[in-house]
Design a binder for this molecule. Structure first.
Ligand SMILES: [Zn+2]
Length: 331
């Protein structure tokens, strides 16, 4: 057999689509991009927050616990401006107990322990996020400036959310603009980002001084037809699952989401079986990971460098990392 085969155009097309959705595109393209700034710089993005969909709410709230490398949504709802303490959340309970333990340790003069407890508490702190539908007034897409891009999801932390809410309902007349989403008499929102001591700061954001219409009929029609379902940003798991995450975090049970068990693998080749309880996830705070000996710790290191995952997996992981950054860069 000599000669070339035929080019599978459909296959190539499918591959093109796959590549397009894997990289910066896809997931991140749904969001309003926050300006990238270096220390000393200021970045701006002007958005127009859209009215709610029929029967929907203006924004979706959520609180996220980062635990065991996963994001777990806190079941406590926002009721009358407060996170409802009567709704059980084992991770919040544990978080609060860590702070109480830290206070106690401090009172007893055990500063190191207090710091450790606070560090652990901060790692699982519930992080507030708020999601709105919005149009980006101007942004660069594929190297070209485009106007009125969206609807996109505006994902903000507490500071920007408060600014938006106050603009609508503040008791101070100088702060109150009314319905900033009104398609005829609403206001654009100029989000200003700076880095202060390496942390993003949005304090200088403000609504435009002049009201303006959302846009022409075509833009309004397009917005109405393409609004994002914001409720997808809050999905609650049963309490039992939250308890399980906490037990994994505490090192009490192995993380079964981690399909590759380093200890089992090592034991197989080292000719010695370790007990199941030895498979403690890597990110469990130091005080709970007393089980692995120095010997097995070295073995873990060797295994992770030698049995390196496929290159593609690393790329996907870093994409997820980018998404995490985009989600959390305001907190
Ligand atoms: Zn919680």
């Amino acid at each position: 057999m000599t000669g070339f085969g035929a080019l599978d155009l459909e296959g190539v097309q499918a591959e093109d689509n796959r590549l397009k959705t894997k990289g910066q595109g896809g997931f991140l393209d749904q969001f309003v991009p926050m300006p990238e700034v270096k220390p000393g710089q200021t970045g701006e993005v002007t958005v127009r927050i859209l009215p709610p969909v029929k029967g929907g709410k203006l924004f979706q709230y959520n609180r996220i616990h980062q635990i065991n490398g996963r994001k777990v949504h806190c079941p406590r709802p926002l009721v009358n401006g407060k996170w409802d303490r009567d709704t059980p959340c084992p991770i919040c309970d544990y978080y609060n107990s860590l702070w109480r333990q830290a206070d106690k340790a401090e009172d007893e003069g055990n500063r190191n322990l207090a710091e450790e407890l606070k560090k652990e508490a901060r790692s699982i702190k519930p992080i507030e996020r708020y999601y709105y539908n919005a149009i980006v007034r101007s942004m660069v897409v594929d190297g070209k400036e485009q106007l009125n891009v969206g609807p996109r999801i505006l994902s903000v932390g507490k500071i920007l959310h408060q600014m938006i809410i106050r603009a609508i309902v503040s008791e101070k007349p100088q702060e109150k603009l009314g319905d900033i989403t009104n398609i005829e008499t609403g206001y654009d929102f100029i989000i200003t980002k700076e880095l202060r001591s390496d942390f993003p700061n949005y304090d200088r954001s403000k609504f435009s001084l002049q009201s303006s219409p959302l846009g022409d009929k075509d833009l309004i029609k397009h917005c109405v037809e393409s609004m994002h379902d914001l409720t997808k940003f809050r999905s609650l798991k049963p309490i039992e699952e939250l308890k399980k995450e906490l037990a994994i975090h505490r090192g009490l049970i192995p993380d079964d989401a981690e399909k590759f068990n380093v200890d089992d693998f090592d034991a197989e080749y080292a000719g010695q079986r370790t007990t199941a309880s030895a498979s403690v996830p890597a990110d469990v705070p130091a005080q709970t990971t007393e089980t692995p000996t120095t010997e097995s710790a070295t073995a873990v290191e060797t295994a992770s460098t030698e049995a390196a995952p496929e290159v593609d997996d690393i790329a996907i992981e870093s994409d997820e990392f980018l998404q995490d950054l985009a989600e959390f860069q305001q907190d």
